[in-house]
Write a protein that binds this ligand. Structure first.
Ligand code: ADP
Ligand code: MG
Length: 347
């Protein structure tokens, strides 16, 4: 058990930070949130918070004086900042892991190097577009860093389309579109000496944003095992601590490709709040704070729907029954496609 003065520092104040802070409170662990926005629902659930830029050295110094270890709810914190903080205070997951995974190219190179298959990709070279193979299309161009919920992604049907497009710089990855039959994800939690994989979750996106997740995923036993085994292998290779999520594309012929890895709790894992005895949030807190391992057990099947943008109003008005759990994140601003809440039904 951490000492009385132990405080967990969390970078990011969105819904993931909020759900982490709530999980920590249940475990009697104090939290301090560091966020760059006043519209940060997590600050109402933490014991303390700081609002400042992620580059503000003075405020970061105040932050580290308040806390015992650091974790984060999103992966786009500058590596140099985390690496610097790590001189004084442990950071989980390790900054080096974040560095590899926050860059879509180094992430895929790492995966391919350990024998894990990904989508086919190339780095954008604006002056070499004409030499691209026609068979490489259709593709998605994605910003190498800083993308989420489909932000920074552009679709190109063929070569003539991309040749006409004005990219502002070369910091893009070109990814061949995968003709998948299903998208699945596996949330794992890595303690010091133990790794556990939650059951694969099936995910439905539209406009590159997650809309719905279901557990169990409707996949064969063989794919189920394979997805869990790959995720655990990745975590072992990274020497990971905390919760991590691996997103996959499953093809008709059974090929399982990794789309991307999130070094944090994940939207698809929200359904673990109501369908497992130990949610992804509890698992993350337990593992990074070095508490005793508790094996999560699935207690229900579940379906989770995201409440995006103005849809939140409909969710708020719905009458819920005792098999439905509605989470209103409490964000100030309603914007199109912004994740504002979710509803989980168990069965
Ligand atoms: P983000 O970081 O925004 O989650 P992703 O790379 O996971 O970015 O893309 C979001 C979604 O867009 C995916 O879950 C999938 O539905 C779709 N997508 C992304 N890349 C591809 C691809 N190469 N082929 C087919 N669909 C894709
Ligand atoms: Mg994704």
């Amino acid at each position: 058990m951490p000492s009385k003065n132990f405080v967990l520092g969390i970078f990011g104040g969105g819904q993931l930070g909020k759900l982490l802070a709530i999980a920590a409170k249940r475990l009697k662990i104090k939290t301090c949130i560091y966020t760059n926005s006043i519209d940060s629902p997590a600050i109402y659930y933490s014991d303390d918070f700081i609002i400042g830029s992620y580059l503000d050295k003075k405020k970061l110094n105040i932050f580290i004086k308040k806390i015992s270890i650091i974790t984060f709810e999103f992966e786009n914190i500058p590596f140099s900042i985390l690496k610097n903080l790590e001189k004084n205070i442990p950071v989980f997951p390790k900054p080096e892991i974040l560095k590899t995974l926050q860059n879509r190219i180094s992430e895929k190179i790492f995966l391919n190097n350990i024998g894990v298959r990904t989508t086919e990709f190339k780095k954008l070279k604006r002056n070499k577009l004409k030499s691209l193979d026609n068979n490489f299309f259709p593709i998605l161009a994605k910003t190498i860093n800083l993308g989420y919920d489909g932000k920074g992604q552009t679709f190109f049907k063929n070569k003539s389309e991309i040749i006409k497009y004005k990219f502002p710089n070369d910091k893009y990855i070109l990814e061949k579109i995968v003709n998948f039959t299903q998208e699945i994800s596996v949330v794992i939690v890595a303690y010091k000496k133990k790794i556990f994989a939650y059951e694969p979750i099936e995910n439905f996106h539209s406009e590159q944003i997650l809309r719905q997740s279901i557990s169990p995923a409707r996949i064969s036993r063989n794919i189920n095992e394979k997805a869990k085994t790959i995720a655990i292998r990745i975590a072992k290779k990274l020497n990971y601590r905390g919760v991590m999520c691996v997103e996959y594309f499953l093809k008709k012929n059974g090929d399982l490709l990794v789309n991307e890895i999130a070094p944090r709790v994940h939207n698809s894992g929200h359904l673990t709040l109501d369908s497992y005895n130990i949610s992804q949030f509890q698992s993350h807190i337990r593992s990074v704070c070095n508490l005793k391992f508790i094996q999560p057990k699935k207690i229900k099947n579940a379906i989770m729907k995201n409440a995006l943008g103005k849809n939140i109003y409909k969710f708020r008005e719905r009458k819920a029954n005792n098999k439905e759990f509605f989470y209103d994140y409490g964000k100030m601003y309603v914007k199109d496609n912004r994740k504002l809440g979710h509803l989980t039904k168990v069965y």
